[in-house]
Design a protein around this ligand. Structure first.
Ligand code: HEC
Length: 436
């Protein structure tokens, strides 16, 4: 991982963008022939589906019902009925049939755009994923998207030695995550701390992706994910994004792991969604963030962005000086994927300076007390962030809680001593799945 990496990364991103666009093939005369796009490729946006929903409720729900399940003489527009009617057809066909025939009492009475939005809503109701671009009301384009209710083979992935870059659009933001493969296995979501990036889990992700579908998320404002225009970066805001991700990918039985701020997000998610959560790993963080810790982050962010570093190597050297126990690989990944070039060429962190807004005194007991799944807090012995009194309250609040302290370590035990940390997690997860 040296300084020429940004080029490789750019090429990889360009390729990802290219792959996401319709794959057109040309015949000998250069005419565009066909495409391999299906409804699984994220062909509409959430916003569009919301517009379509409003239109549907006004125009279609009286006959097809609010839940789209139809009635005695009106077909359901979801599930088997939908695949029976449209499986193997194109979205263009779906669109033009609706436009030509519906509403049955006054066909073709809406604008093409409205019909298109309704189609987006029907796709969403059939649990096809949303994407970054709206469904285009152009019939030719729509004809090149196939309706297939079977998720394509390519999406049922193998464990990866290198992650795939994937995105979901939730709450108006594009959220990037690293997909380490093994889709179909129980999901394991990894959430980083403030100012960090998904790639800081690279050194441990492959330890889990034989048994879990590992997804390491760039939280909003960080890494490749979008920045919130209002600067909303409270724990609850990050949680909304994970809820959106879980919903779009239809995740259940989730093992959720976070360090630092990511650990707070994990605790809140687990408290709000006991039905979706299989286990929680909270790395050196509890339900409270006292003022001493909250203070000073915004000014540090500002200082860092003003000063910057001459090179990635210089940033790495600074990280190394402050994290002597952490291996070079981990810190190199952090410095590389967590930074970007300022216009003048200096290196700064790749994160929204407004993330400091969310770094305020925080108290999450009302969520934590609702956690029903197994939960383990793995703390660094030198870290003071979860004091003995708080540990006592945790034990009183959650009868199932486990608290393990790793002597001599600081705020990121999984980075400082991955071997012992992983042994603790393996034991915890083995118990968790045995208890089911
Ligand atoms: C007045 C009642 C009524 C309204 C309003 C209505 N539909 Fe229908 N729809 C039906 C009936 C009845 C059928 C089945 C008979 C048929 O295929 O014509 C049907 C069939 C369909 C089909 C299947 C068509 C096919 O290819 O066989 C779709 C898709 C559909 N409706 C979508 C919609 C949408 C979208 C709207 C709103 C824009 C809508 N409908 C409004 C009564 C209605």
């Amino acid at each position: 991982m040296t300084r020429n990496m940004p080029c490789i990364l750019n090429i990889a991103l360009a390729c990802a963008a290219w792959l996401a666009s319709p794959a057109l093939t040309m015949n000998a005369s250069g005419r565009q022939l066909s495409s391999s796009r299906t409804v699984w490729d994220g062909v509409y946006t959430e916003e569009q589906a919301t517009r379509g929903q409003t239109q549907y409720m006004q125009t279609c729900a009286a006959c097809h019902a609010k839940d789209l399940r139809g009635g005695s003489v009106v077909p359901s527009l979801v599930e088997e009925s939908f695949s029976f009617l449209f499986g193997g057809a194109s979205v263009g066909e779906l669109f033009s049939r609706i436009q030509r025939l519906m509403p049955s009492d006054r066909p073709n009475s809406l604008s093409s755009q409205s019909y298109c939005d309704i189609v987006a809503f029907i796709l969403q109701s059939n649990k096809f994923p949303s994407g970054a671009k709206e469904l285009d009301a152009d019939l030719e384009t729509l004809r090149r998207i196939t309706v297939t209710t079977k998720q394509p083979e390519a999406q049922a992935t193998q464990p990866q030695a290198q992650p795939m870059d994937r995105f979901v659009t939730v709450n108006g933001l594009r959220i990037h995550y690293l997909d380490w493969g093994a889709d179909g296995k129980p999901p394991l979501i990894m959430l980083h701390g403030i100012g960090r990036v998904a790639h800081t889990f690279d050194h441990i992700a492959t330890h889990f992706n034989k048994n879990y579908h590992v997804m390491a998320v760039d939280m909003r404002g960080h890494g490749e994910s979008g920045w919130d225009p209002q600067g909303d970066y409270l724990v609850e805001d990050y949680v909304k994004d994970i809820e959106g991700l879980a919903q779009q990918l239809q995740l259940r039985n989730i093992v959720i792991w976070g360090n630092s701020t990511g650990g707070r997000v994990a605790q809140v998610f687990a408290g709000l969604h006991p039905d979706l959560t299989a286990a929680v790993i909270s790395e050196d963080v509890g339900p409270e963030r006292p003022r001493e810790i909250a203070d000073g982050v915004t000014s540090r962010i500002k200082q860092e962005d003003e000063k910057g570093w001459a090179s990635e190597d210089e940033l790495f050297a600074q990280l190394k000086a402050g994290n002597a126990r952490t291996s070079d690989d981990v810190l190199r990944a952090y410095a590389h994927y967590g930074s970007k070039h300022r216009p003048d060429g200096r290196i700064i962190w790749k994160r929204d300076p407004k993330i400091g807004n969310g770094f305020v005194p925080t108290e999450l007991w009302r969520f934590v007390s609702q956690i029903k799944s197994p939960i383990i807090y793995i703390l660094g012995g030198r870290s003071t962030i979860v004091p003995a009194e708080t540990q006592q309250v945790l034990k009183k609040t959650l009868s199932q809680v486990q608290i393990v302290t790793m002597p001599g370590l600081g705020h990121y035990p999984s980075e400082e001593n991955p071997t012992d940390f992983l042994a603790i997690v393996d034991r915890f997860l083995a118990e968790t799945s045995a208890a089911k």
